[in-house]
Design a protein around this ligand. Structure first.
Ligand SMILES: NC(=O)c1ccc[n+]([C@@H]2O[C@H](COP(=O)([O-])OP(=O)(O)OC[C@H]3O[C@@H](n4cnc5c(N)ncnc54)[C@H](O)[C@@H]3O)[C@@H](O)[C@H]2O)c1
Length: 250
């Protein structure tokens, strides 16, 4: 598919990877609807004739329906989606303080918040975009899910690992279910990437983390974009996840 032919929604596009994807897509000629829950950050995104913004909580069914309607109103139809928005709320499942003996657990609230945004959000966005495409016979179409290297299970991330693993499982089954309608679905699983999340980390902690990466550095948003672009453009790619992680699991 030629990027110029895309009317595409990017979620979580006010910051980090999503902002990079939205800007690169618009520069390559796609019509982009950049959505985010953070209205203030989204208002700083430079809009143009082919890059519009829309405030949306992807975990809210009504908001997601409104996002599709706004994109159709702006560009006529939707034939692309990048499920990028994501959050984390890390803590161990159970831990005991060595000094006080206090036992702490991951709260149900933190479990649910991450599942809502990182798994239910992509489910709602994919369902609504695919339903629009099937109803209006819009084809071909393409959907990219942003998972994570944490999908293999990462200490302190019961919630995030479950959501990101679920997203790759759904990538496979959505690819299979939607192929008959001309819709491809792929995933990209980044390792550590230089975005505000990483920049907020203490330098010594970041150094320790990056020692475990064979390429000895964090990725750049543009390097994740290169994988997203491959999935968008390669008409024979579907149902698979591309790891872009500096070799972290080798
Ligand atoms: N940065 C990394 O190292 C890294 C590594 C692996 C995977 N990822 C994944 O890449 C994606 C982007 O991460 P990032 O580093 O750019 O993060 P980021 O925090 O810079 O950007 C995420 C954006 O999502 C938005 N968002 C949060 N909840 C939302 C909701 N309910 N509805 C709509 N928008 C919402 C935020 O406001 C924010 O603008 C996430 O899915 C993340 O899990 C990031």
């Amino acid at each position: 598919m030629d990027i110029k032919d895309l009317n595409i929604i990017v979620t979580g596009a006010a910051s980090g990877l999503g902002l990079c994807f939205a800007q690169e897509l618009a520069e390559a000629g796609a019509n982009v609807m950049a959505c985010d829950i953070n209205e203030e950050a989204l208002s700083n995104v430079e809009t143009s004739e082919n890059l519009k913004t829309h405030v949306c909580n992807i975990a809210d069914e009504g908001d997601v329906k409104g996002l599709i309607a706004a994109t159709v109103e702006a560009f006529g139809s939707v034939n692309g989606l990048v499920n990028n928005a994501g959050i984390f709320r890390d803590s161990l499942l159970v831990s005991k303080d060595r000094e006080t003996g206090e036992v702490r657990t991951m709260s149900l609230r933190h479990w649910q918040q991450v599942i809502d945004v990182d798994l239910t959000g992509p489910f709602l966005c994919t369902r609504e975009v695919a339903a629009h495409m099937v109803e209006h016979d819009v084809k071909p179409g393409v959907i990219v899910n942003i998972s994570s290297v944490s999908r293999h299970g990462n200490r302190g991330q019961s919630n995030y690992s479950a959501a990101k693993a679920g997203l790759v499982a759904d990538t496979k089954l959505w690819a299979e279910e939607l192929s008959r309608y001309g819709i491809r679905v792929g995933a990209v699983a980044p390792g550590f990437v230089q975005t505000p999340i990483l920049e907020a980390m203490k330098p010594d902690m970041l150094d320790r983390l990056l020692k475990g990466v064979p390429l000895r550095r964090a990725g750049k948003p543009f390097e994740i974009w290169q994988a997203v672009r491959f999935i968008l453009e390669c008409d024979y790619f579907t149902g698979r996840c591309i790891d872009v992680d500096g070799g972290i699991n080798l």
